[in-house]
Every structure is written in structure tokens, then in C-alpha cells.
Design a protein around this ligand. Structure first.
Ligand code: NAD
Length: 333
């Protein structure tokens, strides 16, 4: 096989990003899209010049479909992923693998039973800044990590858009909690979290969560995540600071290395990394992630993130949610 035929399931914000990238990548045919909202699926099919298939089973039965991208909401991963396994489709599934540990483990069991290849879209694994941090720690450039701080804060618009269907730490935190363990090569063994509810009360969800982290090696850390950044701020503000015995790593994506001072006294920081339109084609981190999926399926290679690591990230997130529920520190097992 020298071309992968892919269908995208769930045509929201991420599904559209996947569909656009697949339609531009070599070695891929975007053969179908699917969404529970059929009218929306039709519009998307027209936009990406492909076919909308309204019955999921019919889409999965089609032998012309080799792989699927699952871009449904966090609470809609399990059933779709298990069905895709039943029909032997390779899977790129958006993070988090599932919104609870049982479903995440269930998907992994199904993947192993059916022998399909599955990659979980933990985007930071393809972010050059986080990749460099991983290389620097592994090469001993900062000595042994002593303490760290990380954050991922998103806009109030995004918090409202998701309407409490998932928690802020499941939606955003799962990225960094995976990245922190991957970069340090250490395990988070205990979490203690607090939350605040002021702006998203109507959706019965936390605005922000702050967690202290204890690691197997004795390293300590703190993690902050929010989805109530006011609309006059940036859409995404993320940071990672690791202090080691011999050096420090600082990642700060706030201003994207470009500041545009606009005529109405507005300052903007256009995305330079994630999904960047360059001469009419999308380039950046998402493209790298999807390219890895396609190339590694076609060439039968391992993915940079294992399914067990993706499960582990869900476990850490669930431990943080349990700490919020009980008001106590929780051991991560
Ligand atoms: N990697 C990243 O940086 C990143 C960023 C944002 C979101 N995500 C993840 O991507 C996934 C999708 O997020 P989003 O922001 O695009 O959500 P969204 O709400 O914009 O889109 C979800 C789409 O899936 C459809 N859908 C829901 N249930 C379905 C089902 N059972 N079958 C078919 N279609 C269904 C909805 O109609 C909607 O069009 C989530 O898991 C989210 O956590 C990842």
C-alpha cells in the first residue's frame, strides 16, 4: 500500500483541521467524512471535496477505508473507537484517549485484540519546543530536575463552547501531564488539586484548576489550567519551566515570537506553530502529527507515543479530578 485512504469521524474544530491536512498531504486520500449532524457532514464533504457517509457502520464496513481519525468530543471516543477496531481500521484518535480510565483501558484492550494500529493525538509530542526539552533533559543538559511549573490556559470562548461536556483538566491538562512525564522520564505519584468556579457556573464546571505534583524521584511541581482567559487576552497561553541541578528549561508560548500592533490599539500574536497557513497549505504541529500517523501506518513503524502512555495521562487526570472530589491528595497508580 503506498497511499492511505482515511475517513474523518466528528467534523467539529479538530475534524476540520484533520480533513484539511489529509486533503493536502501526499500519500493520503480523504475518502469520507462522518458526523452525527448530517447536514453539517454534507457541508463538510462539499468543502473538502469528499463524500459524507451518514451511517457509521456503512463507513467502517467499506474496505476502501483503511484508517479513521476520531475527532468526536471527549465523551464520544469509546464507542466509535471500538467499532473502528471491529472493522479493522487503523485509528488516529484525538486526545484524551477517553474521558475515563475504564473506557481508555477498554479501547486499548480492543486495539490489542484486533491488532489495529492506534495513535493518540497528544499534540505536544510534535511541538518542537517540547521535543527539544525532552532531548535536553535526556542528554543531561540541566542535570537532575528538581522542581517544575507548567500551565495551559485557554480562552473563555473555548470554555463556553465546550459547555462542561468535559473538565478543563481532561480537555487541556491531559496534554501537559503526558508531556511532563515524557520530558522528565519521571512518574507523577501524587496530586493535590484545588479549583475555582466563577465564570462557567452555568455549565457546572470549574473555570480553573491548580494542582501540586509529587514525582517518583522526589521532584515537585505545580500545574495550572484554565479556560476563562478574557477575550482581550490570547486564545492560548502555555508554559513549562523545569529547574534542574545544573540548568533550567523555559518554554513560553504566550506571544508566539510575533507581536502585531494593530491600528485600533489592539495587539495580536498570530499562531506560528500549531496550524499555520503558508502559501495556501496548512503547515505546523498538526500537520507533523498527521504525517507521522500516515507514514508510520504505511511503513509499519511504531508511533512516538504508546497507547499505555496515553492511558497513563488519563489516569493522572482522573487522579486530579478525584482530588477535587475528595479535597484530599490522591496517589496515582
Ligand atoms: N490536539 C489538540 O490540540 C486538540 C484541540 C482541541 C480539541 N481536541 C480534541 O479533539 C476532539 C474534538 O474536539 P473539538 O473541539 O473538535 O469538538 P467539537 O465539539 O468542535 O466537534 C465534535 C464533533 O463531533 C461530532 N460528534 C459528536 N459525537 C459524535 C458521534 N458519536 N459520532 C459522530 N460525530 C459525533 C459533533 O457533532 C461535532 O461536529 C476532543 O476529543 C478534544 O479533546 C484536541
Amino acid at each position: 500500500m503506498n497511499k492511505l485512504n482515511v475517513a474523518v469521524i466528528g467534523m467539529g474544530v479538530m475534524g476540520q483541521s484533520h480533513a484539511r491536512i489529509y486533503s493536502e498531504l501526499p500519500h493520503v486520500n480523504l475518502v469520507a467524512v462522518h458526523d452525527i449532524n448530517q447536514e453539517h457532514a454534507e457541508n463538510m464533504a462539499e468543502q473538502f471535496q469528499t463524500t459524507a457517509v451518514h451511517n457509521l457502520e456503512e463507513l467502517l464496513k467499506d474496505e476502501n477505508v483503511h484508517a479513521v481519525s476520531i475527532c468526536t468530543s471527549d465523551d464520544q471516543h469509546f464507542e466509535v473507537a471500538c467499532k473502528a477496531c471491529d472493522y479493522h481500521k487503523h485509528i488516529l484518535i484525538e486526545k484524551p484517549l477517553a474521558d475515563n480510565v475504564e473506557d481508555a483501558q477498554g479501547i486499548i484492550d480492543k486495539v490489542k485484540e484486533t491488532g489495529v494500529k492506534m495513535m493518540v493525538g497528544h499534540t505536544l509530542r510534535w511541538d518542537p519546543r517540547y521535543y527539544h526539552a525532552k532531548q535536553a533533559v535526556a542528554a543531561g543538559k540541566i542535570g537532575e530536575p528538581v522542581h517544575l511549573h507548567s500551565r495551559r490556559n485557554n480562552s473563555y470562548q473555548n470554555g463556553r463552547r465546550l459547555k462542561g461536556r468535559t473538565s478543563v483538566v481532561m480537555f487541556l491538562g491531559v496534554h501537559d501531564l503526558d508531556a511532563i512525564e515524557w520530558i522528565t522520564g519521571d512518574k507523577i505519584v501524587e496530586v493535590s488539586a484545588v479549583e475555582v468556579r466563577k465564570r462557567l457556573k452555568e455549565f457546572d464546571t470549574a473555570d480553573a484548576i491548580i494542582t501540586t505534583l509529587k514525582f517518583e524521584s522526589g521532584t515537585i511541581g505545580s500545574y495550572e489550567t484554565s479556560w476563562v482567559l478574557p477575550d482581550n487576552h490570547v486564545e492560548l497561553d502555555a508554559k513549562l519551566d523545569i529547574t534542574g541541578t545544573d540548568g533550567v528549561i523555559n518554554i513560553d508560548i504566550l506571544d508566539q515570537s510575533i507581536r502585531v500592533f494593530e491600528k485600533d490599539h489592539k495587539i495580536t500574536f498570530p499562531d506560528t506553530m500549531y496550524g499555520v497557513d503558508l502559501y495556501g497549505t496548512q503547515t505546523g504541529i498538526m500537520k507533523e502529527e498527521l504525517s507521522t500517523f500516515v507514514n508510520n501506518v504505511l511503513n509499519d513503524k511504531e508511533f512516538p507515543i504508546s497507547v499505555e502512555e496515553a492511558l497513563r495521562a488519563v489516569k493522572v487526570v482522573r487522579s486530579i479530578e478525584q482530588s477535587l472530589e475528595t479535597g484530599q491528595p490522591v496517589k496515582v497508580n
